[in-house]
Design a protein. Structure first.
Length: 222
């Protein structure tokens, strides 16, 4: 029988592509997941996929309270096409005191509205994925790229040839490029918080954090 983790309980509202994938991944990781959708057909489609799957109108405060939504540590609002329902659900969750709300947005204006009404974190799945794919296509040595803010990002970059067989100190990445190396991926092995004396190998991938400008400078190195 699948063992459940005790640390957190998640509720996912909206079982479209983003919501169903988030719920599936959390459930596979061993967490209790309550999945909610207004559409009964979707509820039936996922009836055996998660801990609980229920049909409800989450813009209704009474319905949310009856679901025991306040018992969940994180509630993810993944309603996609119905922007009004997305915003109203987020507002209701905030007003009744949900601990942590993650809301998905599809436009810059929706992001601003969700932030203003109190979502603890706003994600834009389509924008973020498009950005990551664009970086992967535009730069041959960028393996992955995640924007942390308008100024800072985290990126996986193949080690530039100039740094091969040099230690982190010798490569002078932090001092010269104002970038912190937080991990080194070496095949299946990951070195977290590597020592300054760690030598970089030809096939290594460095996980770096820094400003977008500085990361761009590093990824252009040969």
């Amino acid at each position: 029988m699948k063992s459940k983790k005790d640390e957190k309980q998640f509720a996912v509202i909206g079982l479209g592509r983003f919501g169903s994938h988030i719920a599936s991944n959390l459930y596979r990781m061993g967490y209790d997941v309550l999945a909610i959708d207004k559409n009964m057909d979707k509820v039936q489609d996922f009836s055996s996929e998660f801990t609980h799957v229920v049909q409800a109108d989450t813009t209704d405060e009474k319905a949310l309270r009856e679901l025991g939504i306040l018992n969940f540590d994180v509630v993810i609002v993944a309603i996609g096409e119905d922007i009004e329902a997305n915003i109203m659900t987020t507002l209701q969750l905030k007003e009744i005191g949900v601990q942590y709300i993650v809301a998905a947005a599809r436009s810059p204006l929706q992001i601003k509205v969700l932030e203003k009404i109190g979502a603890d974190r706003v994600v834009a799945p389509e924008r973020d994925m498009a950005q990551r794919v664009a970086y992967n296509l535009a730069s041959t040595n960028v393996m992955d790229y995640i924007e942390l803010s308008k100024e800072f990002s985290i990126a996986e970059i193949t080690v530039p040839h100039a740094f091969v067989d040099k230690t982190l100190v010798e490569s002078n990445i932090r001092a010269k490029y104002n970038i912190n190396v937080v991990a080194i991926k070496r095949g299946e092995h990951v070195i977290v918080s590597p020592m300054p004396t760690e030598k970089l190998h030809e096939d290594d991938i460095v996980v770096v954090v820094g400003t977008n400008e500085h990361i761009s400078g590093l990824e252009n190195l040969k």
